[in-house]
Each structure stands twice: as structure tokens, then as C-alpha cells.
Design a protein around this ligand. Structure first.
Ligand code: ATP
Length: 359
């Protein structure tokens, strides 16, 4: 990824609506050919960022750079960017082929060229044989594929996708995720995708951009962001089941949860912290330092999920995922764990920023 050229460079973008700041100093480099996902809770500014890249909105300050050239004033239709929305806005009275051909006709391509591209696109989205069908007779997934074909037919350099699978049911959504990823890889076009679904983002993206209240929190490959979150918000936003958060403190380079010293945290300063442990960060250990009240054990096949409670836990329950070859004494009132240092993160109590330890 590192040696790919930057195609879109957002520099210090800010925008307010009704005096409410919506994007605050957003800077972001997007590399050519990457599948980049803007991820964050509803209202954090993902769609607004896309609309600025598309040219539907002008930022109050900051620059949008496309391949090294400032394009702030360039109107949407002159940008080499196309957009697919959740409501895909096909032309209901046109058939599939005419929907796909729409942008090509505007570009005044010849009939034979249009025919060739429409055929290419139909085969790309697996809709060969559907060209004469009226789009309103198609299923949601098929309509979404027509929208993808229509957006790609004009060969944009960048495709913006705003929750394009949001209206589909779960099974179709999963299938379409894989299809989109395959199409993106085959064409090598830059995709900028918006979702609030972290599992979707993790599974399809080369890079994720985690946003909160108009501020970019962290940018990176999904696994790296999961393994190395910069703050508590990012740690909590990624992962299913969610990360387990405890209130605790650091005392003499030991992480204390309640009265128990649960982990050596070399180099961490004394103070109040949040300690966050990924579900796979617990080791079942009868002499382990973290003692929790056992609530139950859920069998998941390859793994088991141990459900427990602790006074210092911020989440109502603690969920530890361990291999099913571990034997849990379900008759016991308590369960004891030790913690994997690379799956345990600590954050300042006030700042919620990561405090690094060990190395
Ligand atoms: P969602 O996942 O719900 O689509 P989002 O992260 O895409 O959320 P945006 O659509 O970018 O969020 O909206 C960010 C904030 O800006 C929201 O509070 C929204 O109400 C507000 N907003 C967006 N567009 C406008 C507008 N034209 N006028 C006023 N407020 C707006």
C-alpha cells in the first residue's frame, strides 16, 4: 500500500451547519486503488466527508486535492468521481441496459461503444441476461448491482459508496460485500465506502478511517487498528464481541483492577486508568490474578465464551473467548484469568488516550 500514489488528499477540512461544527480539521490521504472505509457512529460526519469529495458541498475551510491539483471549485460532474447512495435512485421506467448506459449517453459515446461497455458491466455485476428487464421488477440486491454497474460504466477514478448495502437483508449484504470487494480488486478503482457497521468495514477494507464527532481518530489497516487502538473510543468501536473495559489504576508499574495486580505495565505512570481487554485476551488460569464471578459458559464450537462479572467492569458482563479444549468448572462461583499483555490496553481515565507499556 505504502508506495501507491495519493489520489485524494483532504487538507484541514472543516465545515459547520447552523453554526454546529460537523467536520473539524479533517486531513486524510487516500491512495490510488485502495478500498478505504469511513467508519463511525451515526452523525459523525462520514456522509459529509463523501459529499465534499464528490463536490456536492464546499468546505468552509481546507482543500480537496485530486492527484496533486486543488479541486475545491470544480463542480461535481467535472470530477473523476462517481457516487452510489443507499437509495440507489435508478430510473424506474428504464430497463437495466438503459440505466447502465445513462452516463455513457451523456458522455456522447458512440452506440457501439455503449453496447460494449454495457455488456462488460453486466458481466462484471453478474446480470447477463437481465438487460431488457425493467429495474422495478428486480430484487433489492439486483437493483443495487445495476446501480454499481451504472456508476462504474463511466469509468470513474474514484467511486464513493454511501452505505450502499444498508437496505439489504443480512445474507444478501454479506454476499454483496464479497462481490463489491471482488469488483474493486478486479478494476483497481479507488473505493471510498461509508458505513457505521464495524464488522462490514473490517471485512472489506484495505484501510479504515475511524471518525467521531467530525474528528478523524485513527487511520490504518483494519487489523492494525484493532490490534493497536490509539484511544478508548477506537478500542470500543472495533470488535465483536466488544472489548471488555474495567476501571483500574496503575501503581508501581502494576495494573490494578480492584485489589488485584493483574498485569505488569512497565513504564506506565501511576494514575487512574481504563483497562480494556479483548475477549481473546483472557487466559483461563486457576492461579490467575483476575477473579470474576462466573455467570455461564456458551459453547461456540471451536471456542467457548465465558460470561462473568466483576465490580470494576464497565460493561454489564465480561466476555472471554477461549479455545474449547480448555475445561471450565461450571459449578464454581468464580473464574480466574491472567491477561495477555498484547491484548490488554490501558487508557488515561480523563483523556481516554492510550498509555503504552512494556516493549
Ligand atoms: P449517518 O451514519 O447517520 O449517515 P454520518 O456520519 O454520515 O451519519 P453526516 O450525514 O455526515 O453523518 O451528518 C453529520 C451531522 O451533520 C449530523 O448531525 C447531521 O444532522 C448534520 N447535517 C448533515 N447535513 C446537514 C445539512 N445540510 N444541514 C444541517 N445539518 C446537516
Amino acid at each position: 500500500m505504502e508506495n501507491k500514489a495519493v489520489i485524494i488528499d483532504l487538507k484541514n477540512i472543516s465545515i459547520s451547519f447552523d453554526d454546529q461544527p460537523i467536520l473539524k480539521d479533517v486531513s486524510l490521504e487516500i491512495h490510488d486503488g485502495e478500498f478505504v472505509t469511513l467508519l463511525g457512529p451515526s452523525g459523525c460526519g462520514k456522509t459529509t466527508t463523501l459529499r465534499i469529495i464528490a463536490g456536492f458541498l464546499s468546505p468552509d475551510s481546507g482543500d480537496v486535492i485530486f492527484e496533486g491539483k486543488k479541486i475545491n471549485g470544480v463542480p461535481a460532474h467535472k470530477r473523476q468521481v462517481n457516487t452510489i447512495f443507499q437509495r440507489y435512485a435508478l430510473f424506474p421506467n428504464l430497463n437495466v441496459a438503459d440505466n447502465i448506459a445513462f452516463g455513457l449517453k451523456l458522455q456522447k459515446k458512440s452506440k457501439s461503444e455503449i453496447k460494449k461497455i454495457v455488456e462488460e458491466m453486466l458481466s462484471l455485476v453478474n446480470l447477463k441476461g437481465f438487460e431488457k428487464r425493467n429495474v422495478s421488477s428486480l430484487s433489492g440486491g439486483q437493483q443495487q448491482r445495476v446501480a454499481i454497474a451504472r456508476a462504474l460504466a463511466v469509468k470513474p477514478r474514484v467511486l464513493l459508496l454511501d452505505e450502499p448495502l444498508g437496505a439489504l437483508d443480512l445474507k444478501l449484504r454479506k454476499d454483496m460485500q464479497s462481490e463489491l470487494k471482488a469488483i474493486q480488486q478486479r478494476l483497481g478503482i479507488t473505493f471510498i465506502y461509508v458505513t457505521h457497521d464495524q464488522e462490514e468495514a473490517m471485512s472489506i477494507s484495505d484501510m479504515i478511517v475511524v471518525m467521531k464527532k467530525g474528528v478523524v481518530q485513527q487511520v490504518g489497516e483494519p487489523q492494525k487498528v484493532y490490534d493497536d487502538p490509539v484511544n478508548l473510543f477506537v478500542a470500543k468501536f472495533l470488535g465483536t464481541p466488544p472489548i471488555n473495559v474495567f476501571t483500574g489504576r496503575v501503581e508501581g508499574e502494576k495494573l490494578m483492577i480492584g485489589d488485584e495486580a493483574v498485569l505488569d505495565v512497565k513504564g506506565a505512570p501511576d494514575g487512574e486508568v481504563y483497562a480494556a481487554v479483548r475477549p481473546e485476551g483472557f487466559i483461563l488460569d486457576e492461579n490467575g490474578p483476575l477473579t470474576c464471578k462466573l455467570s455461564g459458559v456458551e459453547v461456540m464450537g471451536r471456542d467457548v465464551s465465558i460470561v462473568s462479572r466483576h465490580k470494576a467492569s464497565v460493561n454489564p458482563i465480561i466476555r472471554a473467548i477461549i479455545g474449547s479444549d480448555n475445561k471450565v468448572d461450571t459449578a464454581s462461583a468464580t473464574v480466574r484469568f491472567s491477561l495477555k499483555p498484547h491484548k490488554t490496553f490501558i487508557f488515561g481515565k480523563d483523556s481516554e488516550e492510550r498509555i503504552r507499556f512494556g516493549e
